[in-house]
Ligand binder design. Structure first.
Ligand code: ZN
Length: 405
């Protein structure tokens, strides 16, 4: 049974422990604590030295299948333009090719090298499941559906269920359905997806919500770039009437939201909307670096936390960020919200994501019985606050995995 000695242990479920020991056995955490002077040293004790050991991070929102788009879309202040570029690239021959599949495999390796232990992956094709399974990366693959014409809803859900039934799901790799966004999914399809998720109480779903000003305009008045692009793509449904409200109220009216929904982005949310999500018990996943690069704008991080909503963190895809390093998202969160305690930001990138994805019994904190998917971050010299240090931007070269099993 290996025993480790480390400079810092961050269980997340309790304050950091200086000069700590940790025991694992057959892939599980057994026990840990503070090293007392004169403590017995196990013969097989492994001294990891000046490192901080914490639970592997949770990327609660990414799109691995877009990995081949890395570096192809310039940063923009115009969100509609960004969306148009993504749609054009999805029609490119590379999308769905061997080259794109290779980029997914590389992205999963990269995520792990950056200390990621669990992903919430949004996929239109389910082409990412194989890489996740082969590399043993735990995750929920959200099979994302788009369809604004109500008449298409039943067929879209049926096709998605068939595709999911062809995938090998397991305790560590789960598949479910998810709507893309209110401007691309009909009320009928929202309803059918909700019904499908309700078949299994352990199931989760996710939705992009409150991302751009264009989405707000579409819901308030039925106009703007979202309407134009639906019409251009011949996806507009003339029976749809703008609800004349904000995105949270719209999905609330459709009875879509509950504690099993991961609401992604929320850049545009008002405080009452954030409080409503907190009341519902939904999780808000923020992707700050991507929001800035796509022109959605900087998310109001301090307001997110002030509202009481549970916040998790995602990178979004390599179409909008240069890498899948969650420590870089944490550094961005610290820049946007300098007054927040470091502890709550670290919770967002660990236990909050694990809970939202339904993996909190296995991952997200260092506690006896959980998996030993733990990362050791090398500390460079004297560190006055280890929690604060982890928000300064940690690179892959500083990260190694503890996996004795
Ligand atoms: Zn996304």
């Amino acid at each position: 049974m290996p025993q480790y000695r480390v400079a810092w242990l961050l269980p997340i479920s309790q304050p950091p422990i200086r000069d700590a020991w940790l025991q694992t056995d057959r892939g599980r955490i057994v026990a840990f604590g503070h090293t007392q002077p004169g403590d017995f040293t196990a013969s097989d004790e492994i001294d990891l030295g000046e490192v901080a050991v914490l639970p592997g991070l949770v990327n609660a929102h990414t799109h691995l299948e877009l990995s081949w788009m890395r570096g192809r879309i310039p940063e923009t202040a115009d969100f509609s333009k960004w969306i148009r570029t993504i749609i054009e690239l999805k029609n490119d021959a590379i999308h769905g090719s061997v080259e794109a599949a290779a980029a997914v495999g590389e992205a999963v390796r990269e995520a792990r090298a950056y200390g990621t232990a669990l992903v919430g992956d949004v996929s239109n094709t389910l082409g990412t499941s194989r890489a996740l399974r082969e590399q043993g990366m735990p995750g929920v693959v959200f099979h994302e559906l788009l369809g604004f014409r109500g008449e298409d809803a039943a067929a879209l859900l049926q096709e998605a269920k068939t595709r999911i039934s062809n995938e090998r799901s397991s305790d560590l790799l789960r598949h479910t359905v998810a709507p893309h966004a209110p401007y691309s999914v009909s009320p009928a399809l929202f309803g059918l997806i909700r019904g499908e998720v309700d078949q299994d109480q352990s199931s989760r779903t996710t939705v992009h919500l409150g991302e751009s000003a264009a989405e707000l305009e579409f819901l308030a008045r039925g106009s703007g770039p979202c309407r134009t692009s639906l019409e251009r793509m011949k996806k507009w449904d003339s029976s749809w009437a703008a609800p004349g409200c904000g995105p949270v109220e719209y999905l609330d009216r459709l009875a879509f939201l509950d504690e099993r929904v991961l609401v992604v982005h929320g850049v545009q949310f008002t405080m009452p909307e954030l409080r409503r999500l907190a009341e519902i018990g939904a999780t808000l996943v923020t992707c700050p670096r991507g929001n800035i690069r796509t022109g959605a704008g900087a998310p109001p991080i301090e307001e997110f936390f002030e509202s009481g909503v549970r916040v998790a963190v995602g990178t979004d895809s390599l179409a909008s960020v240069p890498d899948l390093n969650l420590f870089s998202e944490l550094a961005e969160l610290r820049r946007l919200a300098p007054a927040l305690p470091a502890r709550v930001l670290l919770e967002s990138a660990t236990i909050n994501g694990a809970r939202a994805l339904g993996f909190d019994a296995e991952l997200g904190t260092i506690d006896a019985g959980k998996r030993d998917a733990l990362v050791a971050v090398r500390l460079d010299g004297y560190v006055p606050s280890v929690e604060e240090y982890l928000l300064t931007g940690i690179d892959a070269a500083q990260i190694s995995w503890i996996a004795a099993s």
